[in-house]
Design a protein around this ligand. Structure first.
Ligand SMILES: Cc1ncc(COP(=O)(O)O)c(C=O)c1O
Length: 411
């Protein structure tokens, strides 16, 4: 086991040509469009942040309101739940609204969805259970902030605090599996990888929306990237990063890459991260973790999946994971170019910086900006020509904590 203690930037020694999953389709996006409250989340451009960080453009995908929840996780939880329920039914039901779907699934009741979470995933699973008329049993690690537990319980779920870290919570949730209980986990373990794979697939909706937004912009201004030069992703178990790699890490012989529509020829040949592949338009993927839960960094350095022992106490709660997801690992280990470990002070500063630009980012949501800030202060920053995409994956999931970070007292 390897523990990391200080902020670090590491060039991934395992980086290469990642495997990708086929088929890769818009089916998750089409599914999400049928959920209540669906709307694409905003992709915002912040010129003054780009100027400050020394890059051409900073784009931010803002997931602070996603399907009625304050984080992106519903994308994976809902799609994985749906696919798993289709498996239980044995056929794909025909439905228009979630109420129709719940009706079609009535024969399964009483039925329970179970999940381990450090907050966002469990709340999303609880919402799915409520929408479908099922029960939810959600397990959280000790030390989970009360506001996050209350949000999950507020969806009607039973919440159990497990005496241990996220890995222990995952192990506890796995015991729930049975004929009338589905475990919806965002990480995999031996013998359980189909659901976490669907979770990764579900996250692709975020990337399809970004593609569509960039294509719309490109249609009005020619000198703009259709794919960013770099994508900065917060990493917990690596499922979101796997989705990013699976989406943008693929060679597409007939796609927009091959047709020369990607990028605007702005890459230089200086050897910086954003310009290393003048003939390859796949973005550089940069993964960000908290210093004491940098399990993907520890794993790429060890050359295999490695556990970073807890307790993991970062305020970036969604990233407090000790072990990478095995199902995500092949994509993440080959597809991430640079790994960045940031501390909580940097995350707090990123929360404040985002707020100053009008973006509500929780501590985990701000991690991508924290990572980019560290990277740009380093001796091999992303180049001035780079268009950089930050995935801001959550809003203020602990609102009092968020106010405190902004220096505001809640009385
Ligand atoms: C808000 C937020 N961002 C990022 C992540 C990291 O995602 P993953 O665990 O798939 O790497 C999580 C995980 O729970 C999260 O809640």
């Amino acid at each position: 086991m390897i523990a990391t203690a200080t902020e670090r930037i590491v060039a991934n020694p395992l980086a290469g040509d990642p495997p990708v999953w086929e088929p890769h389709t818009r089916a998750p996006l089409d599914f999400h469009r049928r959920l209540p409250g669906y709307a694409p989340t905003p992709l915002v451009v912040i010129p003054s942040l780009a100027q400050r960080l020394g890059v051409r453009e900073v784009l931010v995908k803002v997931e602070s309101t996603r399907l009625g929840l304050p984080a992106f996780k519903m994308l994976g939880a809902s799609w994985a739940t749906y696919r798993a329920l289709v498996g239980r039914l044995g056929y794909e039901p025909s439905w228009g609204t979630v109420a129709d779907l719940a009706e079609q699934l009535r024969s399964l009741r009483p039925f329970t969805l179970a999940a381990a979470t450090d907050g966002n995933h469990g709340q999303a699973v609880a919402v799915m259970a409520r929408l479908l008329g099922f029960d939810a049993r959600i397990f959280v690690p000790e030390g989970t902030v009360a506001a996050r537990i209350a949000s999950i319980a507020g969806e009607g779920a039973t919440v159990t605090v497990v005496d241990g870290d996220y890995d222990a919570t995952v192990a506890r949730s796995a015991q729930e599996a049975g004929p009338s209980c589905l475990v919806i986990s965002d990480t995999s373990w031996p013998g359980y990888d189909q659901v976490p794979r669907w979770v990764v697939e579900g996250y692709s909706t975020m990337m399809w929306e970004i593609d569509d937004a960039l294509a719309r912009r490109r249609a009005s201004t020619d000198d703009r990237a259709v794919v960013p030069d770099a994508v900065i992703v917060p990493m917990g178990v690596g499922a979101l990063t796997a989705a990013v790699v699976n989406h943008w890490g693929r060679h597409d012989e007939n796609g927009p890459h091959a047709r020369g529509e990607i990028g605007s020829g702005r890459r230089d040949d200086s050897g910086h991260a954003g310009s290393e592949r003048p003939h390859d338009s796949r973005p550089v993927v940069v993964g960000v973790e908290p210093v004491d839960a940098a399990c993907i960094m520890a794993s790429v350095l060890a050359g295999r999946i490695t556990t970073v022992p807890g307790p993991h106490r970062s305020i970036m709660a969604g990233l407090n994971c000790g072990t990478p997801s095995p199902v995500a690992w092949p994509l993440v280990s080959a597809g991430v170019r640079t790994l960045v470990a940031v501390d909580d002070d940097r995350a707090r500063q990123a929360v404040r910086d985002f707020a100053a630009f009008g973006v509500e980012a929780g501590e985990t949501g701000a991690a991508a900006l924290a990572g980019l800030t560290l990277l740009q202060s380093h001796d091999q920053p992303l180049p001035a020509t780079a268009t950089v995409l930050l995935l801001c994956t959550e809003g203020a999931t602990d609102r009092e904590g968020w106010w405190r970070i902004l220096g505001v007292d809640v009385v």
